[in-house]
Write a protein that binds this ligand. Sequence first.
Ligand SMILES: [Zn+2]
Length: 367
Amino acid sequence: MAGFLPRVAFAARNTLRSMRTGVQPNGKTRLVVETALRPSYSIEYGDNSLTVKLANTAQNSSILPKLASGTLVKSVNQTQVGDSLHIVATLNHRAAEMPKNQIMVLEPNGDNDYRLVMDFVAAKDTPKVATTSTENQTSDTTKKRIIVIDPGHGGKDPGAIGRGGTQEKTVVLSIGQKLRSALKTAGFTVYMTRNNDTYLKLADRAAIAEKKKADLFISIHANANPSRSVKGFSVYTLSEKASDEEAQKLADAENAADKIDVSGFEQFSKDIRIALSALQQHAVAEMSVEYANGCAGAMNRAGIEQQAGPAVRHAPFAVLRSTVPGALIECGHLSNSAEEKLLKSGAYQDKLVAAMLKSIKNYDFEV
Ligand SMILES: [Zn+2]
């Protein structure tokens, strides 16, 4: 459930602009609530209703809902409760709780203001036996999260190589294996894209995340820079446009791994794009950035040196092209001799893993 987002002190009062429903190509009901300012919201599920609570928003009775036919929504009403405006959708069936990537806030564009977009389906009817429903609730709240760890490179592709001869593929496999045991101990279900010195195509790595229905995908790398003084970690998420030139160069270098064997990627990439609506791609991107920010924060708090510039950057990394939220972590620079020594050391690897573990535990898997 979404808590209210932290409010800017005495933020300007928000205004309701429109409310509408629609049917998605996949049959999901879409509810859109448009507001003048970025909405602070929470969502409440009732027996036959869905209530969107908009903080610091005033009722506007001149705004009438535009309702499409064939949705789960029978009617939509506004109710002012103190400072909050409640948008109550009355449903003809109880709604299943929406996974996080089905709720998103879109930025204004064209004629549209901020839009809170929610896609949902009917909840499966639970048998009316008290013990069964209790069991269902328990299993829901203790759902084991699935993490796919992707140690970069491997086999014929060594990745970056330090002056002292340290190979990226070796360091990141060791970090990945340590992270796997830490996550398992913490109760996560963990899969590795590779667990030995083998070469794996980028598309196959992304495909493993898909197949395992992962909640989070973590690709582990170590960087190299022509300037040997450059050091520190950075965290990357997928964006078709790089956030800066350095990020683009890095994506080119990491993607080059597949030039050894490019077959398969284009089809996979196309399939993924078809499978995901633009809106879902947007949601996956937002969740990835949220994770990446948390990861960079945890690394900073652990005292791990950050590369100069922004800690979180964006670039078109092929390995991140999937429906699974995730990030590519460049743990440090093998081209810097001090950091090469650190990255090789078990103690420093443990420090990196402890920070990654914290960031995954703190990541909000559910809205
Ligand atoms: Zn790499």
